[in-house]
Ligand binder design. Structure first.
Ligand SMILES: CC(C)(COP(=O)(O)OP(=O)(O)OC[C@H]1O[C@@H](n2cnc3c(N)ncnc32)[C@H](O)[C@@H]1OP(=O)(O)O)[C@@H](O)C(=O)NCCC(=O)NCCS
Length: 122
């Protein structure tokens, strides 16, 4: 799945002394920028780095794009984070995780099935 977007994506790394977080964004046409992945170093999660990266993207791309979008599993580890960062649920792709991965993925004991898209206006 990563190979599908890596070549066309732009990667950002947040450094604060050393690397704390990264993300990759892609141009999805029609004024939409999509976050394809975002990850904060496990030892530095919950310290505002993820939100800082999102706010950086929102401010950097506000003049070029109208919507910042992200797709994620319906997980209590990710959806509340994005909602806290100003995203609202937009639409789902049913069975995305079961159709595209050769093994079940669990977060917090819950199997990820559908892809949930959230959007934030820029
Ligand atoms: C999800 C992730 C990117 C969030 O980054 P982070 O740096 O830990 O989050 P932040 O500290 O910036 O949190 C920002 C706000 O969201 C809230 N938040 C973060 N995760 C949350 C959760 N699971 N449930 C509820 N609130 C959450 C924080 O409390 C914080 O609120 P505040 O601004 O009111 O203090 C990070 O935890 C991570 O890398 N997880 C593993 C990889 C992953 O799941 N990536 C997403 C793939 S879609």
């Amino acid at each position: 799945m990563i190979d599908h977007y890596l070549e066309k994506g732009t990667m950002y790394v947040l450094e604060d002394g050393n690397v704390k977080a990264e993300c990759v964004v892609t141009d999805e046409d029609n004024g939409m920028l999509e976050i394809k992945n975002i990850a904060v170093d496990p030892q530095n999660q919950g310290q505002g780095y993820g939100k800082a990266l999102i706010d950086f993207l929102a401010s950097k791309y506000a003049d070029e794009y109208s919507i910042l979008q992200v797709g994620t599993g319906d997980s209590p580890l990710t959806v509340p984070f994005y909602e806290n960062c100003g995203f609202v649920r937009s639409h789902n792709i049913p069975n995305f995780f079961t159709d595209n991965y050769d093994h079940p993925i669990y977060e917090c004991g819950v199997q990820l099935i559908d892809m949930v898209y959230l959007q934030r206006c820029l």
